[in-house]
Design a protein around this ligand. Structure first.
Ligand SMILES: NC(=O)c1ccc[n+]([C@@H]2O[C@H](COP(=O)([O-])OP(=O)(O)OC[C@H]3O[C@@H](n4cnc5c(N)ncnc54)[C@H](O)[C@@H]3O)[C@@H](O)[C@H]2O)c1
Length: 357
């Protein structure tokens, strides 16, 4: 399988990219590459090496790396450079980076001159399994995650696992956190994967294809998250609250790590609300503690975290709505949960960290 929906893999992806850029050059369409400081260093040279760079004409826009720069200032920098370099409505913006770059680049493209073509080339595992697919774009605002954004599909998403060879191990595991989500939603086999046994970036490809296919199937049925797509937010109500708090307080919690922690709490809530087996919660807890350095916080932070959850886009009015797991592969969205139960799930989480598993 070298193509699923608008996602191309491996050599097919590279061929498509080369042809797309050459075609733009022939038609006098300007081509822009958006990179962050790391993908400029590690990924752009790989791209130049792989395609016949001498024959092409591209402009590079470089932004700082890190979630703290997924904001209005950086967005403004991108629009400024597109304007100064004469991007027309027919310009092509290629976002080469992790979820931060594809989210902000996709958003920039969706509004610039009312929308220009954009291609995503994810360079992190998290981007390949999730962020680059499905057309959600956005920036953080006032420390709330993805508070401002659009739904805007990239014309293509080009997945090349070669980029994973320079990705730091912690970033790779952050992507694994998001990958595990698909195990609960629809593909239990993913929960048996042991990334510590993987030798090279090639070992990830099959898992990436499973996640990509799942995300495409769900987002094609519900592109603007009216219903089914909400399933993909499993772990995110509590995970985003952790991430938002960390962002505001100068922490370095990664997105996938926050979601992995959020999933532990939300599996426990699933146990309380739907009787999801406690044995399965414990199995996940073992995985969680094996693969991640768990996010730690003081119990006195609970009200602050609950307040952040109220701002979650999934919530309406004062109610807290969750995506919960009835059984592995059977996930329900829009489940209203009492704040007291959420509070208890945070206590459970902190207790489990005290116990050695
Ligand atoms: N739009 C969506 O549907 C969606 C889904 C999930 C997550 N997200 C968003 O994605 C973001 C997280 O994505 P991420 O984890 O990819 O973070 P990221 O883009 O910040 O990348 C993580 C780090 O790895 C570096 N990096 C990227 N590729 C590299 C490579 N090949 N070699 C070396 N370093 C490299 C980056 O510069 C950065 O420092 C969050 O903002 C999250 O909200 C969006």
């Amino acid at each position: 399988m070298e193509q699923t929906g608008n996602v191309l893999f491996g050599s097919n992806a590279l061929k498509y990219l080369e042809a797309a850029i050459l075609s733009c050059n022939e038609k006098d369409r300007k081509v822009f590459f958006l990179v962050d400081s790391n993908t400029a260093e590690f990924c752009l040279p790989l791209f130049y090496k792989s395609i016949k760079a001498s024959s092409i004409n591209i402009h590079v826009i470089a932004i700082p790396a890190g979630e703290e720069f997924k904001n209005l200032d950086t967005l403004s920098q991108i629009w400024q450079e597109l304007t100064e370099k004469g991007a027309g409505r027919d310009a092509l913006l290629i976002n080469l980076g992790g979820g931060m770059v594809t989210d902000i680049g996709g958003f920039a493209a969706s509004c610039f001159k009312r929308g220009i073509e954009t291609i995503h080339i994810p360079t992190t595992l998290l981007g390949m399994v999730d962020a680059a697919i499905g057309g959600k774009t956005g920036i953080d605002f006032d420390y709330f995650k993805n508070h401002i954004g659009t739904f805007y599909q990239a014309s293509k998403v080009l997945v090349m696992t070669d980029f994973l060879s320079t990705l730091p191990a912690r970033q790779l595991m952050s992507g694994f956190g998001e990958l595990l989500k698909y195990g609960y939603i629809s593909y239990p086999r993913l929960l048996k994967a042991d990334p510590f046994s993987f030798d090279s970036h090639y070992d990830w490809l099959e898992l990436i294809k499973i996640c990509a296919a799942t995300k495409i199937e769900i987002t094609m049925k519900d592109p603007t998250e009216k219903g089914l797509r909400k399933l993909l937010n499993f772990g995110h109500t509590i995970g985003h609250a952790f991430e938002s708090w960390s962002l505001e307080n100068g922490g370095d919690l990664l997105h996938g790590e926050a979601i992995a922690a959020g999933m532990l709490c939300e599996l426990w809530i699933s146990h309380k609300v739907f009787g999801f087996p406690m044995e399965e919660v414990n199995i996940y807890n073992q995985m969680f503690q094996k693969y991640f350095d768990p996010f730690r916080f003081s119990i006195s932070l609970t009200d602050n975290l609950l307040d952040r959850m109220q701002h979650d886009k999934k919530n309406t009015g004062q109610s807290l709505r969750f995506v919960l797991v009835k059984s592995i592969g059977e996930v329900i969205y829009d489940v209203e949960v009492n704040p007291e139960t959420v509070r208890e799930s945070l206590e459970f989480y902190l207790q489990t960290l005290k116990k050695k598993v």
